[in-house]
Design a protein around this ligand. Structure first.
Ligand SMILES: Nc1ncnc2c1ncn2[C@@H]1O[C@H](COP(=O)(O)OP(=O)(O)O)[C@@H](O)[C@H]1O
Ligand SMILES: [Mg+2]
Length: 250
C-alpha cells in the first residue's frame, strides 16, 4: 500500500500519489482539478467516449479525469453516489492503490495521480485523475481502420497474462479498455471495481469478456472490423506463453 496523503479540502478529501506526480514531473494536483466542471467550463478538455465521464486534459499536463458512476448509460445524479464505508474502501482509494501496484510490477497502465471523495451524508461521489497515455487510441478504434498484425494480438495476450500473473482481475476487460499508442505499445486502462484476487478460476472469464466485446463490436460495425479467429488464436498464444519481459514493460 502506498500512502495517499488524504487531505480535507472543504467537502472533499483529496488523495495524492505524490510519487506518481513526481514521475510525471508535475506538482501535486489542485483540488479543483478533481472536478469535471473546472475543465468543461474552461474548455481545457473535452468530454470523451465511454460513458461520457472521462475528460481528456492537455494543459497544464496530459491527464484524464474520470468521475465514478454505476455503469450503463448513466445520466442520473444518484447513480454517481456510493455508500461510504471508510476512505480505504472508496473507489478512488482502491483504484489508485491498484494502479500503483501494477505500475510497480512493470505493467503498462497509466500513473494514478490523485483522487477525490466528496461526502454527502452516508454517501459519497468520487473521481480519479490519472496520466493520459500519449498519442494513443483504443484498440477498438484502430481495428475499425486497419488490420493489426498477429504479433500485436499476441502482445495483447501477453499483457493480459502479466496482469493475471500478479492476480489482478479486470472487471471490464473490453476492447475499449485496451489502448495502443503510436509506437504500437499496448496499455490497459479503466480499473474501477478491479482488484487482486486469489485463485485462477476467474481468469478465463476476463478473456471471454474481451472476446465477446470484439464480436459485439464486429456485429455492430457497418464496415470491415479487423478481427478474426486467427487474431484471437494469436492472442491466446500470447496469453499461454508469457515471456519474462515484453516490449510493453516500462
Ligand atoms: N489514461 C488514459 N489515457 C488516454 N486515454 C484514456 C485514458 N483513460 C481513458 N481514456 C479514454 O477515455 C475513454 C473512457 O475512459 P475509461 O477509463 O475507460 O472510462 P469509462 O469506460 O468508465 O468511461 C477510454 O476508452 C479511452 O478512450
Ligand atoms: Mg472504459
Amino acid at each position: 500500500m502506498i500512502d495517499l496523503a488524504p487531505t480535507q479540502q472543504g467537502r472533499d478529501v483529496v488523495l495524492y500519489n505524490l510519487q506518481a506526480c513526481e514521475v510525471m514531473g508535475i506538482s501535486p494536483p489542485e483540488a479543483q482539478w478533481l472536478h469535471t466542471d473546472f475543465w468543461t467550463q474552461r474548455a481545457h478538455g473535452k468530454p470523451d467516449s465511454g460513458r461520457g465521464e472521462a475528460v481528456i486534459i492537455n494543459e497544464p499536463a496530459p491527464m484524464v479525469l474520470r468521475t465514478y458512476c454505476r455503469g450503463g448509460l448513466v445520466r442520473h445524479f444518484s447513480q454517481r453516489r456510493f455508500m461510504y464505508n471508510g476512505l480505504d474502501a472508496t473507489r478512488p482509494f482502491r483504484e489508485l492503490q491498484l494502479l500503483h501496484t501494477m505500475h510497480k510490477a512493470g505493467l503498462p497502465v497509466p500513473l494514478g495521480l490523485a483522487g477525490r471523495v466528496s461526502r454527502f451524508g452516508l454517501a459519497y461521489e468520487a473521481a480519479i485523475l490519472m496520466q493520459q497515455i500519449p498519442r494513443c487510441q483504443e484498440v477498438h478504434q484502430r481495428i475499425q481502420r486497419n488490420a493489426m498484425p498477429n504479433t500485436l494480438w499476441q502482445g495483447m495476450g501477453e499483457v493480459i497474462r502479466r496482469m493475471h500473473d500478479i492476480q489482478v482481475y479486470h472487471h471490464d476487460l473490453n476492447i475499449h479498455n485496451i489502448l495502443i499508442d503510436d509506437e504500437d505499445a499496448l496499455w490497459l486502462i479503466d480499473f474501477d471495481k478491479c482488484g487482486q484476487k486469489s485463485g485462477h478460476q476467474w481468469k478465463p472469464g476476463n478473456l471471454e469478456r474481451l472476446q465477446r466485446s470484439l464480436l459485439k463490436e464486429q456485429a455492430k460495425s457497418a464496415s470491415t472490423y479487423y478481427f478474426n479467429d486467427d487474431n484471437w488464436q494469436a492472442l491466446l498464444n500470447g496469453y499461454q506463453q508469457p515471456i519474462a519481459s515484453s516490449p510493453n514493460s516500462r
